[in-house]
Design a protein around this ligand. Sequence first.
Ligand code: ACM
Ligand code: ZN
Length: 551
Amino acid sequence: MKHLNRLLAIAVALIPTLMCAKKAGTVINVIPYPQSVEIGKGAFKGAGANFNCDPAIESNCVKLIRDFADKMTFISGRTNSFASPIGLSQAAAEGKMKGFIFLKDKSMGPEEYSIRISKKTCLVKASAYNGFLYAIQTLKQLTDVSIYSDKVAPSQKFMFPAVTIKDNPRFGYRGMHLDCARHFFSVEEVKKYLDIMAVYKLNRLHWHLTDDQGWRIEIKKYPRLTQMGAFRNGTMVGKDFSSNDGIRYGGYYTQDQMREVVQYAASLGITVIPEIDLPGHMLGVLAGYPELGCTGGPYEVWTKWGVSDEVLCPGKEETFAFLEDVFTELMQIFPSEYIHIGGDECPKKEWEKCPACQARIKALGIKGDGKHSAEQYLQSYVTARIQKFLNDNGRKIIGWDEILEGELAPGATVMSWRGVNGGIQASAMGFDVIMTPNTYCYFDYYQSENQKEEPLAIGGHLPIEDVYGYEPFDGLNASQQKHILGVQANLWTEYIATNEHLEYMLLPRMCALAEVQWCKSENKNFERFSASMKAKSFELLDVLGYNYRKF
Ligand code: ACM
Ligand code: ZN
């Protein structure tokens, strides 16, 4: 009896350990974490399982599913056969089907999906391309990380834990920005950037293509933009603003290359939003077309970082004709609903002295007031004219939060970058907003306080915990919240010359950003996220060949 009691006591003492072991075995390491997760018992073997695809699913979605099946077949060496049987949904509902089952569920939103995995089936439902894409991204994170590799591994079973997932993003706009003006990144590098965005379910690339340090877009009507504007005579060294390495630097994307990027991004569920930053940040234009500046130049593509005082001259009609021509070609390349027109950091010194600008101010009857100068209202005039042109062509504008200074016409979307205040103000005024506050979303900032151990960065301090901790609705009432389209992080590349460095600044902070963009705040948990990064995502990044910072 005494012996039995001792055994019982040991068994009782072991209960918490055993429960923990069970719990530890059933964690799912999916980032961004799905909206609803119910863990089941057992696992489904993917290697060699049949794929059954609803005939109602569109061919572009079927291609996604087939690629997933083919990848598993290639790695495991066991064929995942593919069929589209009529009456599949009925058979699945009656539990008569085994294997992978993909169904179209028209009641779901475009980015929504569900997955139900038991020992015998893996049932996926979605209504549209991004939903199927995200279901597959989640499935890939649920199984062995070798699913991301190109290496054959015949013993690989591709087990999927039994789980029921219902998922839908918090925000429709989940962006990442890339500055290819300060440093140029090749089409292949941009595609690799898009690849990792897609793994973490981001859906907008904000492509910063023009600046004082380089113009990167082929525009057929204005060849000097790329002959002259795409190259600079050297680059400052480190943080020494008086230096110049003397090495000619530059590059640009042909229209065909940009179309290729747009198409590639679309296959990953990502819309590319191009930015032409105006009326400041324009030396890339003025170098080749000096007549569009207030003084007529000469101008040179800048070799140092910062913001040039030399900007476009809105006093001249030629400036608007030029911009309309450029946007006309741009719209033929980028089908996005939104075009970003910049608007940030436009010094007004030249406009104050320029007879054409002052004549325009007079003709328009613009007057400075206690809030804004006449020149600030002149920038509002530029914004409004370009907005009207783009609206007339079926597009909408996004601008940095400076476009709020002066007057802003209805329909513009404001990108809040100088902290969150621009977003708070714009949403209170009824404008749609994309939150990209430098306080949480500037990935050109240092990732550690110990700057000496980090690669050179612009400054600041933005550790992954701070990115993760961002709550986009802070400080906003319910009606303002409705105007928040989403969140984006920005990656300016003044101090980032190589792809390796670019990836290091991006990752893993972008994984944290993905949860800010996707997860409801109650589903966020830094400890779970961090454990998940360590258990799965670092290995995933290794297999895919990304450089990243460990934490
Ligand atoms: C910005 O960072 N100048 C938008
Ligand atoms: Zn002028």
